[in-house]
Write a new protein. Structure first.
Length: 92
């Protein structure tokens, strides 16, 4: 049996619920720790999903002048739009 992965929005809602439960102060220490562990797992999953989407949306390339540009992928457009990027904006 293959487990169905949850949608991003559903996981985000689950995370919000966990945060509200912890913030309410109504959980015992053990329950809070368990909720925190579930929250950390959700944050990791959400982060992976965001990274995957980012890779699908933006493909970084260099133009003929060697400047970094982002090719924004959009199914509605016939060709990617090239957006210049300042090398100083890149964290690596």
């Amino acid at each position: 049996m293959v487990a169905k992965t949850k949608k991003f929005e559903d996981e985000l809602k689950d995370l919000e619920t966990i945060v509200n439960q912890i913030d309410s102060g109504e959980l015992s220490l053990d329950e809070s720790i368990g909720a925190f562990e579930r929250g950390v797992a959700l944050v990791k999953s959400l982060s992976q999903k965001l990274d995957e989407v980012e890779r699908k949306v933006e493909v970084l390339t260099r133009d003929a002048d060697g400047k970094l540009v982002a090719e924004l992928l959009d199914d509605a457009e016939p060709a990617p739009r090239r957006v210049p990027i300042d090398d100083d904006d890149i964290p690596f």
